[in-house]
Design a protein around this ligand. Sequence first.
Ligand SMILES: CC(=O)Nc1cnc2ccccc2c1
Length: 446
Amino acid sequence: TKSNGGRSGSIVAPLVANEEGEEVQKIDVNPPKGTRDFAPEDMRLRNWLFNHFKEVSRLFGYEEVDYPVLETEALFIRKAGEEIRDQLYCFEDRGKRRVALRPELTPSLARLVIQKGKSVSLPLKWFAIGQCWRYERMTRGRRREHYQWNMDIIGVPQVTAEAELISSIVTFFKRIGITASDVGFKVSSRKVLQEMLRKYGVPETLFGRVCIIIDKIEKIPIDEIKKELGSTGISEDAIEQLLQVLSVKSLDDLEDVLGGAGEAIADLKQLFSLAEKFGYSEWIQFDASVVRGLAYYTGIVFEGFDRKGNLRAICGGGRYDRLLPTYGGDDIPACGFGFGDAVIVELLKEKNLLPELGQEVENIVCALEKDLQGAAATVATTLRSKGQTVDLVLESKPLKWVFKRAARINARRLILVGKTEWEDGSVSVKVLSSGEQFQVKLNDLE
Ligand SMILES: CC(=O)Nc1cnc2ccccc2c1
């Protein structure tokens, strides 16, 4: 294979002749850089995963929504220095409009909630599974698209909302065989930072930016973090105190630093007590260093991690009470999470929990001679009308070929349409697992 993954891009593609004998460029049959095809086997795994997402969302009473993958660029323009902004897949369309492929779903949710206005009654519990995009300049071979499952609760200010969201993710993990010894949730609240910044007189307007810088605490050297914080105008002393509070190991220690009166402590205590009631205490731990990399979070934030520490965050979410007003919407509280389709598959591979999903067809129907092709079509249609899945052999093929195909598509039964049987409306059936063979009237076949 060529160094560029077989892409014809820069290397001159071989010339091939078309029907008219003209020399044409062989097209690049690979999908665009950073994107994936879903051939049948991949699509079966994707559907298995998404069906679990949907089943959990239904269990929790959430309604499915969706939005265009294309949005105005303005929906995602935030000045907090987020990576998601630097990698926005944006362009000018033919109408000279600035547009973008969505990098996440939450802004679209906010837009739709505002659009619906008074016509919807709160609280709203919505879920979506949508493809999200990013454009990385020097793509490090990283993907430019992934699918995200989102669940959001709009209109509930209490921490019971965040507690329920975490419960839905725990429910999902349990369904696919992931346990609390495989993964956990780091939980904190951005109100910790908010209260610290207030204590040091740092203007609220810097809140988002400070969070984004601190989210990089494990990705870039601490001196770089301090430098970036300093460049926002925060004093050295305040920076020291901030970083100090982020290394606090327990809620009690946090209470010593913040005092017991603040909302951060109250929220976190309530969340941990609700975790008990939801039955997922063993899944969550307080971790003051969790801030998440999206500017709009304002309260509880959480992220799912693999306890072996080999993988990036599995999922993440939190409260975003100020997002709707930033788009000119009413002051409606909200919280939600995003769960990508990539890391979870890596985790399942590591745990050997990937399901074995083969094609499943009940019947393969085949005419034993050319002029019975119509009869075979009738047999297939009769079975299909009874809800039976049928692979109809569409051209005359030797029996050997039919048996091979039957095995490949994992058919349960082979239905042969032969001349003599068909004269009295019968077909012959071969159960492929047992080899059992019998004749039956078509109308008695189910
Ligand atoms: C592990 C992975 O595929 N991450 C990923 C892939 N594509 C994205 C596209 C948009 C935003 C975030 C993305 C994140």
